[in-house]
Design a protein around this ligand. Structure first.
Ligand SMILES: [Fe+2]
Length: 126
């Protein structure tokens, strides 16, 4: 059974998918079940991945980690999502980008949170 907004990864080819509509069966890629990525928030070690959300009115800036995360071909932040009252805004990065994004939201919101995906260390939440 899948749930909306879950992120799954194929351990063979590296496909990453996000659930847009819940289903009752197991997601399969490369003839194997895909792995559900857990949202991590407890950091250890030198690299930092937890997205930091700063809101000023309708402007929301998301950065990744309290220290700069590597942005190189083999290891980088692939994307950041801002989830505003259940709606998802997403910014994809390349290894040459800085892992920081400014979103504009259109109305006051009750709940704002962010997720970041590192191609090596997985999914992180604010
Ligand atoms: Fe990382």
């Amino acid at each position: 059974m899948t749930k909306n907004k879950q992120i799954y990864k194929c351990g063979i080819c590296g496909n990453v998918v996000e659930i847009l509509h819940e289903g009752s069966d197991t997601l399969v890629c490369c003839k194997k079940p895909m792995r559900l990525l857990q949202e991590q928030n407890d950091e250890h070690g030198l690299e930092k991945h937890v997205p930091i959300v700063k809101q000023n009115g309708q402007t929301v800036i998301v950065t990744v980690g309290s220290t700069t995360h590597p942005m190189e071909d083999s290891h980088y932040i692939e994307w950041v999502e801002l989830i505003v009252d259940g709606e998802i805004l997403r910014k994809h990065f390349t290894p040459t980008d800085k892992a920081e994004v400014k979103f504009l939201i259109t109305r006051p919101s009750l709940e704002i949170r962010a997720r970041a995906y590192c191609n090596v260390h997985g999914l992180w939440r604010s």
